[in-house]
Design a binder for this molecule. Structure first.
Ligand code: HEC
Length: 164
């Protein structure tokens, strides 16, 4: 039995840079600390269904559509959109130094997989009047995979209580 939390604390200490780069074929990916494949597998396995069945390679491909506007590394810059490190559990519209639209600032919830799924399905209707000019991801498998990818890349730590 792997202990995902132990692996996560290693991640949290920023020691992940010793991990192999994996078999990513994405050209010109910017350098960033990358959890090792073993660490990612542990995070993935600890996610609640359906995200534990996520395809991280597809998630990475889908995230290529977000990269022009979002960074996901710790301390990464805000671009057209805010940096997404720590997005799970983060209050919507709260990332320091980013100028959000009023509907996102006023949303009043913390991001979780469910809300992200709705947001990514159709950003325009989920929080009307926001300024994320992205048409949405109509394919539920793409949304599942990009959410699983973000969970493994943005510092998310599965809660210790089972089923959460
Ligand atoms: C064309 C640029 C653009 C693209 C592409 C884009 N976003 Fe965004 N995103 C934004 C902007 C701008 C905001 C801020 C919205 C606001 O304040 O109204 C935002 C906000 C967000 C937020 C809320 C962040 C917070 O701190 O509350 C999340 C989560 C998010 N985007 C995820 C994604 C994901 C995942 C993708 C790809 C599937 C994506 N975005 C694609 C521009 C973009």
């Amino acid at each position: 039995m792997i202990r995902p939390l132990a692996l996560l604390s290693v991640l949290g200490l920023g020691l992940a840079s010793c991990g192999p780069a994996g078999s990513s074929t994405a050209p010109a990916a910017p350098p960033r600390p990358e959890p090792s494949p073993v660490e990612k597998a542990a995070i993935l396995a600890a996610l609640p269904a359906p995200y534990d069945a996520g395809d991280l390679d597809n998630g990475r491909r889908v995230f290529a559509r977000c990269r022009s506007c979002h960074t996901i590394t710790e301390g990464g810059p805000n671009m057209t959109g805010p940096n997404l490190w720590g997005i799970f559990g983060r209050t919507a519209g709260s990332h320091a130094g980013y100028n959000y639209s009023s509907p996102v600032k006023a949303a009043g919830f913390a991001w979780d997989a469910d809300r992200l799924d709705h947001w990514l399905q159709n950003p325009r209707t989920f929080l009307p009047g926001n300024k994320m000019t992205f048409p949405g991801l109509p394919n539920p498998t793409d949304r599942r995979d990009v959410i699983a990818f973000l969970k493994t890349e943005t510092g998310y730590a599965p809660a210790e209580t089972p089923g959460s």
